[in-house]
Write a protein that binds this ligand. Structure first.
Ligand SMILES: Nc1ncnc2c1ncn2[C@@H]1O[C@H](COP(=O)(O)OP(=O)(O)OP(=O)(O)O)[C@@H](O)[C@H]1O
Ligand SMILES: [Mg+2]
Length: 507
């Protein structure tokens, strides 16, 4: 009786949980069984492994082959078990020495000709392997990703024969190069292409400076989507730790390409037909949703009220906590989701409410009905609300080119540096993430500013959340101005963006 084992991983959120693949070849009726809470993709891996071995010129022994994925009570999902099953089987068949496999963890999907196909989760697996003092065997296309994260040896063969040749010593695999973590310059659209709209651009700059949520209301064609698409260009590069965290999420979602890590804040714009699972995460595999893919970046919800109501309401909790918790059949999975929400909407269904020449006969009731699709708590989470009015065509051609993305991004970077200096490396990463106690301790609110806020809170009926969010925005405005303290003028500007008051702002 022959028994061989090899480490691999199952994924819970961005965490890699160790799984041991055990293969036993025992006398008995010929059979090939996989046990250990395997889903359909894992069960089907038998056929791919069998075909890949045939491609190597090896037949399965005519004995009872039992594959156990331990621990047996942890659900195993996905196609990445192909490679560890094939390798443990080859060790049990004594094609490769068993002791070699003790030094590695492996993951990868096999195609019928023995080629290794990319799988989700190589980045967390590489971290998990190095934490356990193991090397990692993964598909060639993902070697860079693994080399970047792992401290151990990485083998990234294009196919099974190349790996066997490496173990035999007849053809040594070159270690993959980690991709350079160089931030690329912004190549997206430039802010200078937006003519006029000075106050909307100001709001965009404040939102970028502190990572605040922004709601833009305006008629069709006013430039809301255009402005939103220029926000990621204003945001500073990710730090290495942020880049790793974001890349882990994208790796688990199977979205990292060519072993490259993400170094720029993401910009995700799910369509309004997106389901709750697509937005928040979940589905059969418990995959991360758009809010997690937008971690450390921007989630743009265009035509906001058109999103399904349950999906919108499900945003509320992650918008406060910065985490997406997904309930699964047997466990909860948590993904980081510290995103900046930018929403755009028309003021009503036809879009022309407030334009006497074009508004429909149902105005102003239609506007109220349209806004009513969004719950109060959701609107309360939007730090800055602005109205974007179209720039008249005559002015479009006459308006001088405004500031470039690079110029505004430099001010945003300076404001972020002030925040980093204030909060320290362990603290919140921007004003929007500063919680009550930290915010209070570091705010430096001038007495006149405090008096104004207290007055306004009463007059506007600000919620406790509205109060805190206004303070955060005021702090960002002060940071942009290079001011140590938050002055009355900073609070006044922040208040002007608050809730429905903001709806007259950019007009
Ligand atoms: N201020 C502006 N400067 C330059 N071009 C503009 C401006 N405003 C609008 N445009 C032009 O109008 C087009 C439509 O703008 P955009 O798609 O951003 O509108 P929108 O407010 O998102 O409309 P909708 O509500 O229909 O989605 C832009 O692609 C751009 O060509
Ligand atoms: Mg639009």
């Amino acid at each position: 009786m022959a028994l061989a084992r090899l480490s691999t991983f199952a994924f819970a959120g961005i965490e890699a949980l160790p799984v041991e693949v055990q293969v036993q070849i025992a006398p008995g009726l010929p059979a090939f069984l996989v046990v250990g809470l395997a889903d359909k993709a894992v069960a089907e891996s038998r056929e791919r492994v069998r075909a890949a071995l045939t491609g190597l010129g090896l037949a399965l022994p005519a004995k009872r082959i039992l594959v156990n994925l331990a621990p047996a009570d942890l659900a195993k999902e996905g196609s990445h078990y192909d490679l560890p099953i094939a390798l443990a089987l080859l060790a049990a068949m004594e094609v490769i020495p068993r002791e070699v496999l003790a030094e590695y963890a492996a993951l990868g999907e096999l195609s019928l000709d023995g080629a290794l196909l990319p799988v989700a989760g190589v980045l967390p697996a590489a971290l998990g392997a190095s934490a356990r003092g193991l090397g990692l065997i993964c598909p060639a296309a993902q070697g860079g990703e693994a080399a970047w994260a792992g401290r151990g040896e990485v083998l990234a063969p294009p196919d099974l024969p190349a790996l066997l040749n490496h173990f035999r010593g007849s053809q040594v695999l070159r270690p993959p190069e980690p991709p350079p973590l160089l931030a690329e310059p912004w190549r997206g659209p430039c802010l200078s292409e937006v003519k006029g709209q000075e106050s909307a651009k100001r709001a965009l700059e404040i939102a970028a400076a502190g990572g605040h949520n922004l709601l833009m209301l305006g008629p069709p064609g006013a430039g809301k989507s255009m402005l939103a698409a220029r926000l990621p260009g204003l945001l500073p590069d990710l730090t290495p730790a942020e880049a790793l965290e974001l890349s882990l999420i994208h790796s688990v979602a199977g979205l990292l390409r060519e072993g490259r890590l993400l170094t720029r804040p993401p910009f995700r714009e799910p369509h309004h037909s997106a389901s709750q699972a697509a937005l928040i995460g979940g589905g059969p595999r418990g995959r991360p949703g758009e809010i997690s893919l937008a971690h450390h970046g921007v989630l743009f919800l265009d035509e906001w009220p058109e999103f399904p109501r349950p999906a919108l309401e499900a945003l509320r909790q992650p918008m406060e906590s910065g985490r997406a918790v997904i309930a699964r059949a047997n466990a909860h999975v948590t993904y980081p989701a510290r995103f900046q929400c930018v929403a755009a909407m028309n003021p009503c269904r036809c879009g022309f409410l407030g334009d006497p020449a074009r508004e429909c006969s149902r105005a102003p009731r239609c506007g109220e009905e349209y806004l009513d699709r969004l719950s109060g708590p959701l609107l309360d989470r939007m730090d800055l609300t602005i109205e974007v009015q179209p720039v008249p065509p005559a002015e479009l051609s006459r308006a001088p080119a405004g500031e470039s993305t690079a110029a505004v991004a430099a001010r945003v970077r300076a404001a972020r540096e002030r925040q980093r200096a204030r909060y320290g490396p362990e603290g919140p990463r921007c004003n929007a993430a500063a919680e009550g106690a930290v915010l209070e301790a570091t705010l430096a609110l001038e007495p006149a500013a405090r008096a104004l806020l207290e007055q306004a809170a009463e007059r506007l009926g600000l919620s406790a959340r509205g109060h805190t969010r206004t303070l955060r925005v005021a702090r960002s405005i002060a940071d942009l101005a290079g001011s140590e303290t938050v002055a009355r003028a900073h609070v006044a500007e922040a208040l002007a963006y608050r809730g429905r008051r903001g709806l007259r702002r950019a007009a």
